[in-house]
Design a binder for this molecule. Structure first.
Ligand code: PAD
Ligand code: ZN
Length: 365
């Protein structure tokens, strides 16, 4: 049994740092010492769901983890104590219809360690009370316990407090452009929403050889930031209709438009930005119905979703880290702020201003 400090969400109130008990790794499990955990908007969705009621608590959020293997349970062969790892928040089973088909992000039976929710025995406790692992991870903690398929061994020379972001935002964003949409060289692209996810869609489109990459946000400072990731143009959506502004820059419609916020209205904008035969890709988590003009489907417009960048984590995560280490993708400018665990609520307040790309939490800071 390990006792660790974790930021616990218990309902509508801010998270509080508490002592949490964690069992030793069992068969197929890996105990990871968390070095750094990024702050992703999906956790803000969870916080907002806790405020309005439907989220099960107590829960420890945080799913963008870089860490070092502390101990492995019986039968674990792909990692050993001391290995550097990035957590893949949705471990795939490797056996279901979708895994066999190669669509690992769609796995029907993710071996999710959110055990109290799935009916299995919970692994984290607070004075005997079960505590959930949010999005299956619990990264705002000194340690996390993952199934083997939920950790990916990474090279030792990559800084864990940067490449932790590959655990969600980078893989989601670059993967949405390259794996899901398969952006083709020379195409014209828009990205709506320039947080940790949207900026990575921008650099994914750049890697794919897009001609124009028009970055759209309501926060003016995101224009200069997006340029560092390969955006060719910026539209401030607070200053007027972004669809008309994007079309003016592009001299017409686009081949691809990505929504990376999670709002119905911006999904509609993305759909209206693309030309006949073009593709609008929804990456944001949209908790509402979406309206698009039905006749546009006669022009063979496509409206598609993207989950975790359609990634195969064991393949994509090390490859993205190599691209970073070779200077081919930019991760350093994603880290806007570093904060200790006790400031995790302030990191979410920063996110709500739209000014930061990513904050990174150091659980021992
Ligand atoms: P973030 O909060 O860091 O960034 C959102 C950005 O959108 C900010 O820059 C805002 O200023 C901007 N914005 C807000 N409203 C508007 C608007 N009306 N028009 C233009 N820009 C606006 O979020 P993030 O990058 O961490 O996450 C973005 C979404 O992606 C969010 O819904 C998150 O839950 C989702 C996500 N999806 C997956 C997936 O697998 N599909 C994975 C990870 C995150
Ligand atoms: Zn995330």
């Amino acid at each position: 049994m390990t006792t660790m400090q974790s930021a616990v969400l218990r309902g509508p109130d801010p998270m509080q740092v508490e002592s949490i008990d964690l069992g030793a790794p069992e068969a197929g499990e890996v105990l990871v010492r968390v070095v750094a955990c990024g702050v992703c908007h999906s956790d803000l969705h969870s916080i907002n769901r806790a405020k309005s009621g439907p989220l099960r608590t107590p829960v420890i959020l945080g799913h963008e983890v870089g860490g070092i293997v502390e101990e492995v349970g019986p039968g674990v062969t792909s990692v050993k104590a001391g290995d550097h790892v990035v957590v893949a928040f949705r471990p795939n089973c490797g056996q279901c219809y979708f895994c066999l088909r190669g669509d690992l992000a769609l796995c029907e039976r993710p071996d999710n360690p959110d055990r109290a929710a799935t009916g299995a025995r919970p692994r984290l406790h607070s004075s005997g009370e079960p505590v959930l692992q949010g999005v299956g991870v619990a990264g705002y903690s000194e340690y996390t316990l993952m199934p083997e398929r939920g950790v990916v061994k990474v090279r030792d020379d990559a800084p864990l407090d940067v490449v932790c972001l590959v655990g969600c935002g980078v893989t989601t964003g670059v993967g949405a452009a390259i794996n899901t949409a398969k952006v083709h060289a020379g195409s014209d692209v828009a990205v709506i929403g320039l947080g940790g996810v949207g900026l990575n869609i921008v650099q994914g489109a750049r890697l794919a050889g897009a001609r124009r990459i028009i970055a759209v946000d309501t926060v003016a400072s995101k224009g200069a930031l997006a340029a560092k990731f390969g955006a060719t143009d910026f539209v401030n959506a607070a200053e007027g209709d972004p669809v008309a502004a994007v079309q003016k820059i592009a001299g017409g419609y686009l081949d691809y438009a990505f929504e990376a916020i999670g709002l119905g209205v911006t999904v509609t904008q993305a759909f209206n930005m693309v030309r006949r035969g073009g593709t609008a890709v929804v990456v944001g988590v949209v908790g509402q119905d979406v309206t698009v003009p039905g006749l546009a489907f006669l022009g063979e417009k496509k409206l598609i979703g993207s989950f975790f960048g359609s990634a195969r984590p064991q393949y994509d995560i090390p490859r993205l880290i190599d691209l970073y280490m070779d200077g081919k993708i930019n991760l350093d400018d994603l880290v806007s702020k570093r904060r200790p665990l006790r400031e995790v609520n302030e990191a979410f307040a920063d996110m709500e201003t739209g000014e930061v790309a990513r904050s990174v939490i150091n659980p021992r800071g």
